[in-house]
Design a protein around this ligand. Structure first.
Ligand SMILES: [Zn+2]
Length: 440
């Protein structure tokens, strides 16, 4: 733990056992409060850090701790927590934005709707297709928050999305303190004005932010995770507001829109004005690994290779991906192929390698279904009928194609043996979005 008391400020929740008595009294002088790590409400023991119920009867002969937020350090029910003061002072900036790009008319319209929601202290959902330029749409909001000397956190459930967001935010707001925090970095916390972080990190905060932006709100592991949903509500100030961004919003959020609890903006057109690439569907009569690589599939890949194109190939499971990788390397020994999955410790480096065009084919699981942008790529989904590929996953995957202004017509190919509901619905929804975007 740092010796610099300043670095602990900003609505942080810290176990007192990690601090010296002197630090605790210094923090208290700066407005921190010391609270019990657990509370008993209606016969239930609730963790103060993650607000989950602690099942005390599961512990025999050992001290009771919260298993739900164990990732952030063991917290015993009889521990004490320091919650540091959330009021921070940031340098005054009249013109904090260093981004020189321009929003399209449609982006601007959505951006203004978002600012109106913020002014009304209402939560807002932006339903924007993949490649709509969601990140740029929130820039005017970030600008306004900074000008007011307030604090914003931009969070996603996925590390990969945070890694992609962070440098873009840095370029756009180069004079503002920005931190990137997630479970796989050693970066020490500091009270920055813009925090880019995984949603998980919000567990460590209470009433800390004036605005929260939750990007890719429908993605795993946030979807359906009550602890993370509570963390979002807890980390935000009572006076704060939340902006949700998604290309495939969850039904629960759309229900809240229907009930009038949150406002919504829809953006069905990509920033470059071209439609979403509609997937080509290929029914395979034999499995994808028939004759090592199903000849129809092999033909497609060999065409890509011959034309010096690049491809992202998606697999439902890591085991299938690794087997296919070996066969593919044998079939195309001259082609540079990399593979990534959630279990791959070199994942970040390998994605960078593909981004830098040092590899022409990247094999991946749904880990790269969203949040990543590569230029000029063909997208192939193998075993698109597997249960791992939900409608949402397929729409997101198809959305990796055609993102570049100079290459909006990248191809998307779904290969499967059974035409599942997910495949059917994904194709139908992409078509429908294009129809809505271009018939107005
Ligand atoms: Zn907990």
């Amino acid at each position: 733990m740092t010796n610099n008391i300043e670095e602990l400020s900003g609505g942080r929740i810290i176990n007192t056992s990690l601090l010296s008595n002197q630090q605790i009294s210094q923090l208290k002088k700066r407005g921190a409060q010391v609270v019990p790590a657990s509370q008993t409400k209606a016969g239930k023991t609730v963790c103060r850090r993650c607000l989950s119920e602690i099942k005390t009867d599961l512990f025999v002969d050992q001290k009771v701790y919260c298993r739900n937020c164990l990732n952030f350090g063991k917290l015993l029910t009889d521990d004490k927590l320091v919650i540091t003061a959330s009021d921070l002072t940031f340098p005054i900036q009249t013109d904090p934005m260093s981004w020189t790009g321009e929003l399209t008319n449609l982006q601007q319209k959505v951006s203004l709707e978002l600012l109106t929601a913020y002014a009304n202290k209402s939560d807002h959902l932006i339903w924007a297709v993949t490649g709509a330029g969601k990140t740029e749409i929130i820039f005017p909001l970030i600008k306004e928050v900074i000008q007011a000397g307030k604090r914003i956190a931009i969070c996603s459930p996925r590390i990969d999305v945070c890694l992609e967001l962070y440098p873009r935010i840095q370029v756009a707001f180069s004079r503002t303190s920005i931190g990137l925090f997630h479970g796989k970095t050693d970066q020490q916390y500091f009270p920055c004005q813009i925090m880019v972080a995984t949603v998980h990190q919000l567990v460590r905060f209470e009433s800390a932010f004036d605005v929260l932006v939750i990007d890719e709100v429908d993605s795993f592991p946030l979807a359906g995770d009550e602890m993370l949903e509570r963390a979002i509500a807890k980390a935000n100030k009572k006076s704060g507001s939340i902006a949700y961004l998604s290309a495939t919003p969850p039904v629960e959020l759309l229900h809240r829109v229907n009930r009038g609890e949150i406002s919504i903006s829809k953006l069905h057109r990509r920033f470059h004005g071209h439609p979403l690439p509609e997937p080509h569907c290929h029914l395979l009569f034999k499995a994808s690994d028939f004759w090592k690589i199903n000849p129809r599939l092999k033909h497609r890949i060999s065409n890509i290779v011959k034309n010096h194109q690049r491809a992202m190939i998606f697999f439902p499971r890591i085991s299938a991906l690794l087997k296919f990788e070996q066969k593919l390397k044998r079939a195309f020994p001259k082609v540079s192929i990399v593979s990534v999955s959630s279990k791959d410790i070199q994942r970040i480096e390998k994605v960078q390698q593909f981004r830098d065009e040092q590899a022409s084919v990247i094999l991946t699981t749904t880990i790269l279904e969203r949040g990543v942008t590569f230029h000029k790529i063909t997208v192939i989904v193998i075993d698109a009928d597997a249960r791992e590929f939900s409608k949402t996953a397929l729409i997101q995957i198809a959305g990796r194609a055609g993102r570049a202004k100079d290459h909006p017509n990248d191809e998307v190919h779904f290969y499967y043996q059974y035409y599942t509901r997910s495949v059917q619905q994904a194709c139908r929804e992409i078509k429908e979005i294009n129809r809505q975007a271009f018939t107005k």
